[in-house]
Design a protein around this ligand. Structure first.
Ligand code: PMP
Ligand code: GLU
Length: 387
């Protein structure tokens, strides 16, 4: 029996996540036996470091399978606080909320701060979920295009200054950036600080890729003078520790905000999984070498991707972090959505249209794939006349 559903106006404001949708499409084709080079979802292709897996298993065996205190186990909040202080972010354990993934940390932050009609500023190209998370809270979006400045923020500070006013509630900054791999300079971040302080804006600093950098050393926004009191630092374990499926992230914020976020947290997810939090403590403690090995591999692949594109006459800004690159879709079909359809259907290479990040004319690739698969993917794209 079918039933006519009436959905909330709120959920009608957003589309399903484009990154997840394309990943699902690639998996469906693979199930049909098609060999897909999947460069869509941003997910490291390495196993979670062995010691972290062991600690997770030991924690289950030891019976750490119940709820924890809502904001996270003290050991993990302490370890996160120590890590943040090492980056100059003055966050005590009480300032930390441990969440099932950084996405949940972003969601709770925006729910706690934004209401209908509040202005949220995004730097485009922007990761797909910022728009959705902001719109679910009723935000009006103002967008600043970094595309005209090779995806860099420093030369776009005047545009940002023009976008931000006393009416602005929140600015979301993601460096290293998904989808461009840009790492914003200290001068750019100081510019953000000046504007945020002048107009009393809350800044969400999504630093989930901060350990995956190559020729750059990103600074945490909350470490700048005047920023700790207005910054929500978001980070997580998915990327640096290859723990996407464990679902572990956090936010660090001033206590008044933590108190409000905690209400949303306790009424929605209760807490992050118990044994996962214990594995998280181990990740922060003991796997520096494994992280360095993964970062080295990403750097080699970054160089490979830039070279493969240069061989086809396409020069792109060299990404300095994360594991993404934006490829111009100026060959083949007329727009980036059709280009990505052709890429997956004809070349069996999964990519994400730039439009999903408000950057039409590009496709995002995740180069968290082996060098062989990247070469295979690019040769298929070339064969189909897409690059
Ligand atoms: N922020 C950015 C910029 C991301 O790319 C992602 C993607 N996974 C997230 C946050 C969320 O990560 P997770 O929920 O897996 O911690
Ligand atoms: N953040 C990754 C991406 O952009 C994983 C998928 C998602 O959470 O959107 O591909």
């Amino acid at each position: 029996m079918s039933r006519e559903w009436e959905f909330s106006e709120r959920v009608g404001r957003v589309e399903p996540s484009a990154t997840i949708a394309i990943g699902n499409k690639a998996s469906a084709l693979e199930e049909e036996g098609v060999d897909v080079v999947d460069l869509s979802v941003g997910e490291p292709d390495f196993p979670t470091p062995e010691r972290v897996r062991e600690v997770g298993q030991e924690a289950i065996a030891a019976g750490h399978t119940g709820y924890t205190s809502s904001n996270g186990i003290p050991e993990l909040r302490k370890a996160i606080s120590k890590d943040l202080k090492g980056k100059g972010v003055p966050a005590d354990p009480e300032n930390v909320v441990v969440t099932p993934g950084a996405k949940q940390a972003l969601f709770e932050t925006v729910q706690a701060l934004i209401e209908e009609g509040d202005e949220v500023v995004l730097l485009d190209p922007a990761w797909v979920s910022y728009e959705a998370i902001a719109k679910l809270a009723g935000a009006d979006l103002t967008r600043v295009d970094l595309g005209q400045h090779d995806f860099d923020l420093e030369p776009a500070l005047d545009d940002l200054a023009a976008a931000i006013s006393d009416e602005t509630s929140m600015l979301i900054v993601n460096s290293p950036s998904n989808p461009t791999g840009a790492v914003f300079s200290d001068a750019a971040l100081a510019g953000v600080r000046d504007l945020a302080v002048e107009h009393d804006v809350t800044v969400v600093a999504d630093e989930i890729y901060d350990q995956i950098t190559f020729d750059a050393d990103p600074t945490s926004l909350a470490s700048f003078d005047g920023m700790a009191e207005r910054t929500v630092t978001v980070n997580g374990f998915s990327k640096a520790y290859s723990m996407t499926g464990w679902r572990l992230g956090y936010l660090a914020a001033p206590e008044p905000l933590v108190d409000q976020v905690s209400k949303i947290h306790s009424h929605s997810v209760t807490c992050a999984p118990n044994f996962v939090q214990r594995a998280g403590v181990e990740a922060l403690r003991s796997v520096e070498t494994e992280v360095a090995t993964m970062v080295e591999a990403f750097e080699k692949r970054r160089d490979l991707v830039v070279d493969l594109l240069a061989d086809r006459g396409k020069m792109i800004p060299r990404p300095q972090g994360a594991f993404y690159a934006m490829i111009p879709t100026d060959e083949g079909p007329t727009d980036d959505v059709e280009w990505c359809d052709a890429a997956i259907e004809d070349a069996h290479v999964a990519t994400v249209p730039g439009s999903a990040f408000n950057a039409p004319g590009y496709a995002r690739i995740s180069y968290a794939a082996s060098e062989e698969r990247l070469k295979e993917g690019f040769s298929r794209l070339a064969e189909e006349g897409l690059i």
